[in-house]
Design a protein around this ligand. Structure first.
Ligand SMILES: NC(=O)c1ccc[n+]([C@@H]2O[C@H](COP(=O)([O-])OP(=O)(O)OC[C@H]3O[C@@H](n4cnc5c(N)ncnc54)[C@H](O)[C@@H]3O)[C@@H](O)[C@H]2O)c1
Ligand SMILES: [Zn+2]
Ligand SMILES: [Zn+2]
Length: 402
């Protein structure tokens, strides 16, 4: 079959690889019809998420059709159309049973304390071959592959594989309540869904902070008030727009590839933190896949966190879903402490939210396909990866058909 394979930093290829086969009783083989590219994939190609094993198939979002199941999969007849959650979970350990599927005790072959197991990730996460491919082996498929209602399209369902639940989780982490004022940092695909989710969870106002005009424009179409950090000081603007108080809640949808401002008043401040940012980058990505402007790690890993902590209201809550791998050890903790902030973080327990979000979509409350900006065949995935990595104008979320 064809698959996007990680060979090295800055080196991914569309390869011919063997078809996956059933290995465990709870496995299913799914023929993928729709996949997608996520910001998390970029960290692995840029080098800001380390530990990738050459030969790993990338991708952790998929919709497809069940082709074959092991004897432990009693709930998925062959031919069922399913959406597969990005993280892998057993469904029966205490963590899964309490809804924290992303800390499952049994899914990660490296042991219960090895961290979240997910498709197409670094070695310590499994590694499990991913879903930018024609077929995938789904471990614990009885839990992680969820049937898609008939009136939900593939394009809608693929958004529920990872980024919609992640953003929803971000809103839950941030404790968004009725009428709250929310700031979303990052207007990538997860940021767009964070805007949508914040409103669905009752937010009264939602701001979005990013440095890319076309992404800010997309968020504006979802009802967000846009702040361009390359033109304005985002902290000052957040205060100004809230009578000096700051937003009650923040969702950090940026992660480790955070950038500093390149122009405007915030660029001036970035100069003062330049040494700290350089040190953070060398700690996070001692090696990178950078080739010119391609696969370039973010130049300021803690920038979004600093703005979030400085901008939020006293006693506010920050939900962090942008990925910060274990190499990231700097966070503006003192300033957060002094404001009585609550900070909650982590990988999304996808399976906890997928069924409910599918119901929201099926009932017409929200159309998640509106966030999709590109439809490409799997055979064009490398070019799509490159354009998404460069954040080319208009490239927000790419769906891959196989
Ligand atoms: N926790 C989870 O389970 C989970 C799941 C999916 C994705 N993620 C993570 O969410 C993050 C976002 O994913 P994405 O697909 O939207 O990626 P993306 O790279 O497309 O989006 C990141 C956005 O942040 C913006 N940005 C950079 N620096 C900023 C700053 N200082 N302030 C504000 N905005 C800034 C960028 O311009 C970009 O638009 C990534 O870190 C990804 O790994 C986490
Ligand atoms: Zn993802
Ligand atoms: Zn479990």
């Amino acid at each position: 079959m064809k698959a996007v394979v990680w060979h090295g930093l800055g080196d991914i290829r569309l390869d011919e690889v063997p078809d996956p086969t059933i290995q465990e009783s709870n496995d299913a083989i799914v023929r993928i019809t729709t996949s997608a590219i996520c910001g998390t994939d970029l960290h692995m190609v840029r080098g800001t998420m380390s530990g990738m094993k050459p030969g790993t198939v990338l991708g952790h979002e998929a919709v497809g059709v069940v082709e074959e199941t092991g004897p432990g999969v009693r709930n998925l007849p062959t031919g069922t159309r399913v959406v597969i959650g990005s993280t892998i979970a057993c469904g029966y350990c205490s963590y899964c049973r309490s809804g924290t599927y992303s800390q499952c005790d049994n899914a990660n072959p490296n042991g219960r304390n090895a961290g979240t197991a997910f498709f197409g990730g670094p070695e310590p996460t499994g590694p499990f071959d991913g879903m930018q491919a024609e077929y995938v082996r789904v471990p614990f498929a009885n839990v992680g592959a969820v049937p898609v209602p008939e009136n939900v399209t593939d394009d809608q369902a693929i958004m529920v594989s990872d980024i919609f639940p992640t953003a929803w989780f971000g809103g839950r982490l941030a404790e968004i309540g009725q009428g709250d004022t929310v700031a979303v940092f990052g207007a990538g695909p997860v940021g767009q869904f964070s805007v949508l989710s914040a409103y669905l969870q009752g937010a009264g106002r939602v701001f979005v902070v990013d440095g890319h005009a076309s992404r800010l424009e997309a968020a504006r179409r979802l009802g967000a008030e846009a702040i361009d950090f390359n033109a304005e000081d985002p902290v000052a603007v957040l205060q100004e727009l809230t009578g000096g108080a700051g937003p009650d809640r923040v969702i950090d949808a940026v992660g480790v590839d955070s950038e500093s401002a390149k122009s405007g008043p915030a660029a001036q401040q970035a100069q003062e933190s330049a040494d700290q940012f350089r040190q953070e980058v060398s700690q996070v990505a001692p090696e990178s896949g950078q080739q010119g402007e391609q696969w370039k790690p973010g130049d300021a890993p803690s920038q979004a966190a600093q703005w979030a902590v400085a901008g939020i209201a006293k006693a506010g809550t920050i939900g962090v879903v942008g990925v910060y791998p274990e190499t990231v050890t700097s966070y503006p903790f003192g300033p957060a402490f002094m404001k009585n902030l609550t900070i909650r973080t982590g990988n999304c327990p996808h399976r906890r939210y997928i069924p409910d979000l599918l119901r929201l979509v099926a009932s017409g409350v929200v159309d998640p396909a509106r966030v999709i900006t590109q439809q490409e065949p799997l055979t064009s995935s490398l070019q799509a990866f490159e354009a998404f990595d460069r954040r080319d104008e208009g490239w927000v979320k790419t769906v891959l058909s196989t």
